[in-house]
Design a protein around this ligand. Structure first.
Ligand code: AMP
Length: 188
């Protein structure tokens, strides 16, 4: 079983690398952003609540995303392992995750931190906005998402450093180069 957390700012390439890892390791990608976007699209209660935060580039409340993860990681398709992409994003979420994983006896194999300079992130996210038309990929929201990352999520690097399973990856380069670095870092 391989259970991974992908950490890094928006635009760092977490989603792209998650897909590559899923195929290689035969595990599932769990993206809270994708789950929330789907809920918004379907107009569910969750989606209606999440939309206002997402459109502003703010984080959805911790208890909402913690609940999503708690339900998702015990599903049948996670039996080989999972990749958490975009979760945890706050220390409270990381603490909740530790507790959930301990209760369910599901240890984390590694936390992969993708490091990308801020100017590059804005460039990539604006490019993605044109291609995919994500409603939260406009300049103002992008700037806020990056600021929110450095304020609320970046402290998780220190949090996971203490666990000894943090792998730091230079996120600049081609998709293939980064995939190779990830492979070396996690040894599979
Ligand atoms: P993402 O696709 O991971 O960039 O997520 C898009 C948006 O969904 C974020 O800007 C947040 O509003 C929300 N979101 C996704 N994951 C989380 C999380 N773990 N905690 C809080 N909000 C989240």
């Amino acid at each position: 079983m391989t259970n991974l957390v992908l950490l890094g700012p928006p635009g760092a390439g977490k989603g792209t690398q998650a897909k590559i890892l899923c195929d290689r390791l035969n595990i599932v990608q769990i993206s809270t952003g994708d789950i929330l976007r789907e809920a918004v699209k379907n107009g569910t209660k969750l989606g209606l609540e999440a939309k206002k935060y997402m459109d502003a580039g703010e984080l959805v409340p911790d208890e909402v995303v913690i609940g999503i993860i708690e339900d998702r990681i015990v599903q049948e398709d996670c039996k080989n392992g999972f990749i958490l992409d975009g979760f945890p994003r706050t220390v409270a979420q990381a603490e909740a995750l530790d507790k959930i994983l301990k209760e369910k006896n599901l240890p984390l194999s590694a936390v992969i931190h993708f490091m990308v300079p801020e100017e590059e992130l804005t460039k990539r996210l604006l490019g993605r906005a044109e291609k995919e038309g994500r409603s939260d990929d406009n300049l103002e929201t992008i700037k806020n998402r990056i600021a929110v990352y450095f304020e609320k999520t970046a402290p998780l690097v220190e949090y996971y450093k203490k666990t000894g399973i943090l792998k730091e990856i230079d996120g600049l380069g081609t998709v293939e180069e980064i995939a190779e670095k990830v492979k070396e870092a996690i040894g599979k």
